[in-house]
Design a protein around this ligand. Structure first.
Ligand SMILES: Nc1nc2c(c(=O)[nH]1)N[C@H]1C(S)=C(S)[C@@H](COP(=O)(O)OP(=O)(O)OC[C@H]3O[C@@H](n4cnc5c(=O)[nH]c(N)nc54)[C@H](O)[C@@H]3O)O[C@H]1N2
Ligand SMILES: Nc1nc2c(c(=O)[nH]1)N[C@H]1C(S)=C(S)[C@@H](COP(=O)(O)OP(=O)(O)OC[C@H]3O[C@@H](n4cnc5c(=O)[nH]c(N)nc54)[C@H](O)[C@@H]3O)O[C@H]1N2
Ligand code: SF4
Ligand SMILES: [Mo]
Length: 742
């Protein structure tokens, strides 16, 4: 028998929220390939091009393997001890002279490591107002809307995809993105299944995406005008007597008030602005009301715009007004095994959502869900003042390419006295750091389904233990974070007590879990099966979660051992109605006319009365990309330039440009040059530029990405304009001009 062939070992893909089950193939103890795992719960063998290339990320010669510190302006490889000593030498003076509140932390999108749980220790030690994350360039508006509707941020409802008769997708392209706030691998097959069983899929998008091509109907909509179109649909439901709360009757506040707020937004009043004829808007509303079951779903396109909170709110308002929220085939609330905002605390009338507990220094932008918006980060660094941000820690994020007016942040980062990045690449953001810590290879880390299960179209859980042991020169993310925490707390980061510190952190969490069940922390700790601290944190969450065995108190419940021994994950069944467990609003009901929505309706009416601006920018995602960071994986890149400016033929003619020609796109904050692609797949009056490109600045350290570097769409997006409630960035509907490059 050949010693080369070993059986494949299971692992969830952490690259996106679809969380597909993979088989990692090994030759001896060397991982050599990744395939879709046929028996995996939920994904059943599906894998996309990125998941197949998973191992290429670790194999990338440009991937960082050793820590780097800045010496005489250059980043050079050093030992871990030197790197932590340098981090201490840089961070400590900032804290001592200016205070912890001048240190910022930004967490990016990738969450592939259970050890990132230890980030909480660092954030707690810093107790700084400057906590930022990718949420404020993604879904904070939707989180805010769900908080108003249901009482807690992030209590988002997901379409019950596999049982719906009618799916209205507004500003999402799940066939390419594989879903966001919607864990549902193999979206194309799921959409086909809806249609095959006689259902209907409708898409509103300024571009004819691959999702739109799979739909029964696609309507262009002008970027940034969704709140108008959605309000017109709400208006139609009221005007035509189509509001039917069904099982939600008695559970909803503010129905008539929302009807009154919708009154200015007749289909006729908004049609020209949205680019959707009034009769179509009316029919869309009627189809929704008439369907046996229906779900309205919106994502990045509706979240990251000037009315992103209102648009997200109205999407769920349509689900409520047609009686489709919390109902089979409608929009439902998963019950996640690890717990979520919808399982913590007690349901029923409460305080409702709170926000604005602190504000940003320069612009007074409000805190939401414990964070400030990243659109404020550059100005918090570059605006003089005693309390300006002087140090920043970036954890798996690349905000120079991913946040609005990234060019300003690029210029601001060198003003920091201390920048620390934890990343696997030296890219457009980490290249400015004084110290860079590399995360260890992927398969050395455990991966728990956290966020994905908050939004899964079917309840499931999966835990992937590490498949490889760490090599001597590799440190875990948890240990990196705990050593940084030591620096903040004034202790020696290179002291030998890291393991004890991690154990103490676990013990704290165990005490909190124990309190919930009236047992002691020691009982909880003694009952743990997991050995590693990060795994123990997963175990604590699972066993105290809604399915958990409560540390033996409910023996039928889920244990960590069961999960570790379930190579395909655990199927926790279809989504079940649970709205009464969700609601934590002041009234204890779904609130359809909270004050922010009333105020924003007035702002929307004012915006409708203003003249239509010229060309409007919006974005796109390529199916082989992941925001800014898979462009260095050769298998996922092609010779052709994916970073093109898509323009409708009418607008190309107007600008006097033809396909392939270089154009300059200019906004209030900057300009980029890229080749134009003339196509009727985009709506007249709109300009489509993908984000995540602009690798010219990191050409030396991202050598594959540098072959087709592209330009950064976020050199055009405006940090000065945010959605007023959640302060989410505005990526859709940015006014721009297009001209031939000279
Ligand atoms: N114009 C425009 N801008 C956008 C968007 C848009 O649609 N349009 N989308 C927004 C959205 S939805 C998001 S989520 C944000 C993303 O914003 P960010 O998270 O800031 O950007 P990413 O490009 O995902 O950067 C992830 C970083 O993590 C690193 N990384 C990858 N794996 C690991 C790991 O295992 N460990 C560590 N330590 N680092 C790792 C990568 O090298 C990269 O530097 O971008 C936003 N920006
Ligand atoms: N291949 C790939 N997959 C990814 C990512 C990636 O970068 N590449 N990123 C991951 C991340 S972090 C996220 S958050 C998800 C995002 O998942 P999605 O939201 O599904 O992905 P997007 O491609 O941003 O889809 C937004 C859609 O909205 C449209 N749109 C833009 N502006 C407007 C508007 O004003 N109104 C309307 N109605 N539509 C508009 C765009 O044309 C686009 O089709 O994808 C994840 N998956
Ligand atoms: S769809 Fe997402 S989770 Fe699935 S294989 Fe592709 S990148 Fe991985
Ligand atoms: Mo995202």
């Amino acid at each position: 028998m050949s010693s080369r062939a070993t059986s494949p070992r299971p692992r969830r893909c952490h690259l996106c929220e679809a969380a597909c089950g993979l088989d990692i193939e090994f030759e001896g103890d060397r991982p050599v390939g990744a395939r879709g795992r046929r028996t995996a719960v939920l994904s059943a063998g599906y894998v996309c091009a990125k998941g197949s290339a998973l191992l290429d990320i670790d194999a990338d010669p440009d991937r960082l393997r050793r820590p780097l510190v800045r010496r005489d302006g250059e980043l050079v490889e050093v030992s871990w001890e030197e790197a932590f000593a340098e981090a201490a030498a840089r961070l400590r003076p900032v804290i001592e002279e200016h205070g912890r509140h001048t240190v910022a932390v930004y967490s990016g999108n990738p969450g592939g490591s259970t050890e990132l749980f230890f980030k909480a220790a660092l954030i707690h030690a810093l107790s700084t107002p400057h906590i930022y994350s990718a949420a404020s360039v993604d879904a904070s508006s939707k989180a805010f809307a769900s908080g108003l509707l249901f009482g807690v941020p992030w209590s988002t409802a997901v379409p019950d995809l596999d049982n719906t008769d009618h799916l209205l997708i507004v500003g999402a392209n799940p066939v390419d993105s594989n879903g966001s706030l919607l864990t549902a691998p193999n979206m194309a097959a799921r959409l086909r299944a809806i249609r095959a069983s006689g259902g209907k899929v409708v898409v509103l998008d300024p571009r004819r995406t691959r999702t739109a091509e799979q739909a029964d109907e696609h309507h262009f909509i002008r970027p940034g005008t969704d709140a108008l179109a959605l309000f017109a649909m709400v208006h139609t439901l009221f005007e035509e007597g189509l509001v039917d709360l069904r099982h939600l009757d008695g559970r909803v506040e503010g129905v008539a008030e929302l009807g009154a707020l919708a009154s200015p937004f007749t289909p006729e009043a908004v049609a020209d602005r949205c680019g959707i004829p009034a009769p179509t808007l009316r029919r869309l509303a009627r189809d929704l009301a008439a369907a046996p079951s229906a779900a309205v779903y919106g994502r990045v396109g509706t979240s990251t715009q000037a009315f992103g909170m209102l648009a997200s709110f109205l999407i769920d308002a349509l689900n409520v007004l047609t009686g489709n929220l919390d109902r089979r085939g409608g929009a439902m609330f998963p019950l996640p095994a690890q717990g979520s905002p919808t399982t913590h605390g007690k349901p029923g009338p409460g305080r409702g959502m709170r926000w604005g507990r602190w504000q940003s220094r320069v612009r007074g932008l409000k805190e939401f869900a414990g964070e400030l918006p990243v659109a404020a980060l550059a100005e918090e660094i570059d605006t003089p003042g005693d309390d300006r941000v002087r140090a920043a820690i970036f954890i798996a994020g690349n905000p120079v390419l991913s946040t609005p007016n990234g060019g300003r942040l690029d210029a601001a980062l060198p003003m920091l006295d201390c920048q620390i990045s934890i990343d696997i690449y030296l890219n457009e953001t980490s290249r400015h750091a004084h110290v860079v810590f590399p995360s260890p290879r992927l398969l050395t880390r455990g991966h728990a389904q956290g966020f994905a299960t908050w939004n899964a179209c079917q309840n499931f859980y999966d835990y992937s233990p590490p498949l490889l042991a760490r090599e001597p020169g590799e440190l875990g993310d948890g240990e990196i974070l705990m050593r940084l925490t030591a620096i903040v707390e004034g202790r020696d980061p290179n002291a030998e007590d890291v393991d004890d510190r991690m154990a103490a952190f676990v013990a704290q969490r165990a005490a909190a879990a124990a309190q919930q069940f009236g047992i002691t922390a020691d009982d909880v700790l003694a009952s743990l099966d997991a050995g590693e601290p990060a795994e123990q944190l997963v175990e604590l969450n699972i066993r105290s979660g809604p399915y958990g065995d409560r540390f033996g108190q409910w023996p039928e419940g889920l244990t960590f051992r069961q999960l570790r021994e379930a190579p395909d994950g655990v199927d926790l069944g279809p989504l079940q109605p649970r709205v009464d467990e969700i609601l934590r609003t002041a009234s204890g009901k779904i609130e359809l006319a909270p004050e922010p929505v009333a105020i924003d309706s007035t702002r929307l009416a004012a915006a409708l009365a203003e003249p239509v601006p010229g060309l409007l920018l919006f974005g796109r995602r390529d199916r082989r990309s992941m925001n800014s960071w898979l462009h260095n994986v050769g298998r996922l890149t092609t010779e052709s330039d994916r970073c093109t400016v898509q323009l409708h033929p009418l607008d190309a003619a107007e600008a006097g440009v033809v396909s392939g020609q270089a154009v300059v796109v200019t906004s209030r904050v900057g300009s980029v040059t890229a080749p134009v692609e003339v196509t009727d797949a985009v709506m007249p009056g709109s300009v489509c530029v993908p984000h995540g490109f602009g690798h010219g600045k990191a050409a030396d350290s991202l050598r594959v990405a540098a072959l087709t570097p592209g330009a950064s769409a976020n050199d055009l997006t405006d940090d000065g304009v945010v959605e007023p409630w959640s302060s989410v960035a505005v990526f859709s509907g940015v006014p721009v001009q297009v001209a031939p490059a000279t």
